[in-house]
Every structure is written in structure tokens, then in C-alpha cells.
Design a binder for this molecule. Structure first.
Ligand code: DHE
Length: 516
């Protein structure tokens, strides 16, 4: 009996030890979080998880996110897998510094660069026959590949491996020969579409937001969360030109919300996520712009008249901007926080706010599009939290209409040659639906369900607007091709979770129906 009890005791002690081991947050992290956030917590598909990157999230909120997941992201909730104690221990662990402070300076960036094919070493004639302006680049996040798709034949031309977890729209060089990809963990890749080869790669940051390519094709600017900075690359061979720390006027380093190129202004425009500032960085030798009354602020200098110096023009705004959008002329920036609060319009010439915006829920301005409605330009933005699309008059900045949709959605697309704007309801139980809004009446005209029960999202049109390509976001997903006039399905092309697709012509000509 004594022996039995002793044995039982042993079992109990062992069970206790096992439980304690299960609670070990390092182990819980490696089992549940490392695939997306990196084994070293420095980020991957998900953001880095360390005190520096969690500064703006209080612990109780982090507990909620780990337990229930985060809306509008790929972050799932873990309440079924982890006990409340395990979640608490895990969150405490995330707020402890990583063993070695993360460093990714000019030295590390330079050392990471790989040139697979030196500039000028590959033929200048395409290795395949197709309308080069009607090609699509399709990002397949399911197995981290990209497909080059012929938009006339609607057939893949080539499929290749990409870096892990690409995010955001890849960006083209002006003539459409090269495409630049950014991965969440900082890798920038330059791909030669004519030769179907990756020509150069560089790790520009540890956790990257997105990249922009200047419209003259000379520069790539990368915006990073970690370390908070902008990294300027020579677009030819991705060699490092400059690292610009995104230090706000308060002296603290901020993450970058996003960077875009404003072609008509010959500049990059950047919003900071942790400081109420918009930066403009001219890349062209522009003459002094009419009506541009602000100077470039403390860390910059004079108006640009010579070759680009990449000095920063700082524009202070009332609050931080997580997401923003430009009018077609790039004179005005429409911005908002993720909570939809403080929606505002900034006149980029004067650097002054000119209007507020009425944006409920969580507008996804970066996915906005524009068109002409009753003689005026309007902008439409999907909403990640509310079942609506806001349509805004771009002269008065008033909401013309909130179009009720089937659920909160991520993306929106149209084309000059179609009267319909397509949006998804991906953040809702109706995630299999595509909602088509008539641009002439602002009414929902049609609902399509390409694969009932399966998530449908992200549309891109062929160069002529004749076909709309919709993604089925599943491992064994597909691109479903619709005739955009009759809404008849014309083809289904199997793809592995095709997150986004990008048409060379629509992108390089900055079609009003697509993101830029
Ligand atoms: Fe995105 C574009 C930010 C979550 C897929 N996303 C962008 C851009 C920004 C952004 C700033 C514009 C970059 C560009 O194209 O140059 N995304 C954010 C977020 O802040 C958010 C909500 C949280 C996060 O995880 O960072 C977020 N995004 C997601 C996802 O969960 C999506 C659905 C899946 C994924 O791949 O991570 C996703 N985002 C996309 C796609 C684009 C994008 C496909 C390109 C849209 C386009 O058509 O141009």
C-alpha cells in the first residue's frame, strides 16, 4: 500500500511537473506562435513580439488578442488550445526583452544582399510570347509562390518560389519588366518578368510594412516596423543607398504605417504609425511647387531644386494615421487611424488639413478606388469592421452614401471600362460573397458566390476590363475568372491561396479602379 501511495505520489509529482512544463511560455510560444512570428520573436508573417514592438498595446489587450484573435488579420484566437494561465504566462513572456536587442543596421542590410544576375547580364527580350502589358503577377501565400499569368490566354506562364509571407501589393518598374516583392520579415526581391528570374534580394528590415518604387524606376523605398525606419534602395541592383530613421518630433522612433510613391509629385509619401506625422521625400529634381508653403522641417533643409537629396519634409497632423489614400492628382491625402477616428484630408501642397472625414468602423483606405459619379469624383473605401462601403465626394469631402454590404470586407476594385465596383465580405460569415456596386446608382447590383462556403476576396481586372479575376482564399483555391459584363464564369485556374493579383497595365498606368 505504502509502495502504491508512493507510486501515486510520484505520478502526481510527475503530472505537476508536466503541467509546469506545459506552462513554460517559451515552449507554448514555439508550439503556437513561432511559425508566424519567428522562432526568435523577430517577426515573420506576423509582427515581431517583443517589448519594442508591443509598446502601443497594453497587456490586457494583448491577452484578449491571444485569447480571441485579432479582427482584420490572420491572427487566430487560442482559447481552445491554451488555458487562461498559459495565455497569461505567454503574454508576460512576450513583454520581456529578447535575449539580444534586435539590430538591423546598414551593415546587416548590406551583408544580406544577394545578386543572382547582375544588371545587364540577362537578355532584354522576353523569353515567352504574350501581351506584356496584360500580364498578372499572382501572389500565392498558401505555399509562398508567385505565378506570372497571361491575361489574354488566362493561362499561367511561370510559377516560382517567393520569400516567406509576402504582404502588400508587389510594385512594377514603369515599363513593367521588373516586379518588386516585400515579405513581412523584411526581404525585398526583384524579379525579371522577361527572363522569369529573381535577379536580386536584400533583407531591408526585420519586420517590413511595404515598399514603393519611384515612377522613374530608379528607387525603391521600404517602410519598416522593425527597426522603425525607411530603407532606400537602388532599384537596379537593390544596393543600399540610405537608411532614414523614422524618429518623430518627440524623439521616439516610430513604426511606418505605409509608404507610397506619388508620381505626379515625384515624391514618396510616408505616414508614421506612432507619431502624428506625414513625411514627403522627393526623389525627382522638381522645381519649387506652386503653393507649397511649408518648408521641409527640422531634419531636412531647403526646397529641392537639384538632384534628389532624399531630405524629409515633415508634415505634422492631428493624430497618427494607420491607413491613407490619395486623390488621382496626389494633391490630397485622405487618412485615418485603424479605429476610423480622426479621418482627415491633408492638402499635400500646403501641408495643412482641409477637412475631416466621416468614417465609421475600421475603414481600409489603402484599398480605396475612385470614379466619376454625377459629374464629381468620388472615392469608395471598404470597411474591415462594418458592413458598408463609404463613398466620399472628393470636392466637399462629405459622405455621399454608405452602401450596405453583406459584411465587413478587405478589398475593392473596379476598372474604367466597367460600371461595377467589386468588394468582398471576407471578415464576416458571408465571406464567400462578392458584392458588386453599380457605380452609376451606388446601389448593390449583384452578389456572386464563386465557391459557396469558401472565402472569396481580392479582384483585379484584365487590362481592357473585360474579365474580373477573383481569389478563392484556400490552400486548394483558385482564380475564378468572370466576364465583367455578363457575370458569367469563364474559367477557374487552380492556385494555392492566391492572396492578391496585380495587372501590369492597370498598375503602371495607375488605373482609378485599382490600388497604386
Ligand atoms: Fe494587408 C496591402 C496593412 C492584414 C493582405 N496591407 C496592405 C497595405 C498595407 C496593409 C499598409 C498596402 C501595402 C502596399 O500594397 O504597398 N494589412 C495591413 C494591416 O495593417 C493589417 C490589417 C494587419 C497586419 O497584419 O499587418 C493587414 N493584409 C492583412 C491580412 O491579414 C491579409 C488579408 C493577408 C496577408 O497576406 O497578410 C492582407 N494586404 C494584403 C494584400 C494587400 C495588402 C493582398 C495588397 C492589396 C492590393 O491589392 O494592393
Amino acid at each position: 500500500m505504502k509502495a502504491l501511495l508512493a507510486g501515486l505520489g510520484l505520478v502526481l509529482v510527475m503530472a505537476g511537473a508536466a503541467q509546469a512544463a506545459d506552462l513554460a511560455p517559451q515552449k507554448v510560444y514555439q508550439q503556437n506562435c513561432a511559425t508566424c512570428h519567428g522562432a526568435d520573436r523577430l517577426g515573420g508573417m506576423g509582427p515581431a513580439l517583443m517589448p519594442e514592438s508591443l509598446e502601443r498595446i497594453k497587456k490586457p489587450e494583448a491577452l484578449k488578442v491571444v485569447t480571441h484573435g485579432r479582427v482584420a488579420t490572420q491572427m487566430p484566437g487560442f482559447q481552445d488550445q491554451l488555458s487562461p494561465e498559459q495565455v497569461q504566462a505567454l503574454v508576460d513572456y512576450l513583454y520581456t526583452p529578447v535575449a539580444e536587442a534586435p539590430r538591423w543596421d546598414a551593415e546587416e542590410i548590406r551583408a544580406s544582399r544577394v545578386v543572382h544576375h547582375a544588371p545587364g547580364s540577362l537578355p532584354n527580350t522576353p523569353t515567352f510570347k504574350a501581351d506584356l502589358q496584360n500580364l498578372f503577377v499572382v501572389v500565392e501565400t498558401g505555399d509562398h509562390h508567385a505565378t506570372i499569368l497571361d491575361g489574354d490566354r488566362l493561362e499561367p506562364v511561370h510559377r516560382c518560389k517567393t520569400r516567406f509571407a509576402l504582404h502588400g501589393g508587389p510594385k512594377f518598374s514603369p515599363e513593367g519588366r521588373y516586379v518588386y516583392f516585400a515579405s513581412r520579415d523584411g526581404w525585398i526581391s526583384k524579379f525579371d518578368i522577361y527572363n522569369l528570374k529573381t535577379v536580386a534580394e536584400i533583407r531591408a528590415g526585420l519586420n517590413t510594412r511595404n515598399l514603393a518604387v519611384s515612377d522613374d524606376g530608379k528607387y525603391v523605398l521600404v517602410g519598416n516596423y522593425l527597426p522603425g525606419n525607411l530603407v532606400l534602395l537602388d532599384a537596379e541592383d537593390l544596393s543600399l543607398m540610405k537608411v532614414i530613421s523614422t524618429k518623430g518630433l518627440d524623439g521616439k522612433v516610430s513604426r511606418v504605417s505605409a509608404v507610397y510613391q506619388a508620381a505626379p509629385r515625384k515624391s514618396f509619401v510616408v505616414a508614421l504609425k506612432d507619431a502624428p506625422e506625414v513625411w514627403e521625400i522627393p526623389y525627382g529634381a522638381t522645381p519649387k511647387q506652386k503653393g507649397w508653403v511649408h518648408d521641409y522641417g527640422p531634419n531636412s533643409g531647403e526646397m529641392l531644386v537639384g538632384p534628389p537629396s532624399f531630405k524629409v519634409r515633415r508634415i505634422q497632423v492631428a493624430d497618427t494615421l494607420d491607413d491613407f489614400f490619395f486623390d488621382q492628382a496626389y494633391r490630397h491625402l485622405m487618412g485615418a487611424g485603424r479605429d476610423g477616428k480622426n479621418g482627415m484630408v491633408l492638402d499635400l501642397d500646403t501641408g495643412l488639413p482641409i477637412s475631416s472625414l466621416d468614417l465609421p468602423g475600421m475603414p481600409h483606405l489603402g484599398s480605396g478606388i475612385t470614379w466619376e459619379y454625377e459629374g464629381k469624383s468620388v472615392m469608395a473605401t471598404p470597411n474591415l469592421k462594418e458592413s458598408l462601403v463609404s463613398i466620399i465626394d472628393m470636392k466637399t469631402w462629405k459622405t455621399v452614401k454608405q452602401v450596405k454590404t453583406l459584411g465587413p470586407g478587405f478589398f475593392m476594385r473596379s476598372h474604367e471600362n466597367t460600371p461595377y465596383a467589386w468588394t468582398d465580405a471576407m471578415m464576416s460569415p458571408q465571406r464567400d460573397a462578392m458584392v458588386l456596386i453599380d457605380k452609376r446608382t451606388l446601389e448593390v447590383a449583384k452578389v456572386l458566390r464563386p465557391s459557396p462556403g469558401k472565402p472569396a476576396s481580392h479582384v483585379e481586372f484584365t487590362r481592357d476590363g473585360k474579365y474580373a479575376l477573383v481569389s478563392i482564399w484556400e490552400q486548394d483555391g483558385a482564380l475564378v475568372v468572370y466576364d465583367s459584363a455578363t457575370f458569367q464564369e469563364v474559367k477557374r485556374i487552380p492556385m494555392c491561396k492566391p492572396s492578391g493579383k496585380y495587372n501590369v497595365y492597370n498598375k503602371t498606368t495607375r488605373s482609378s479602379g485599382t490600388s497604386h
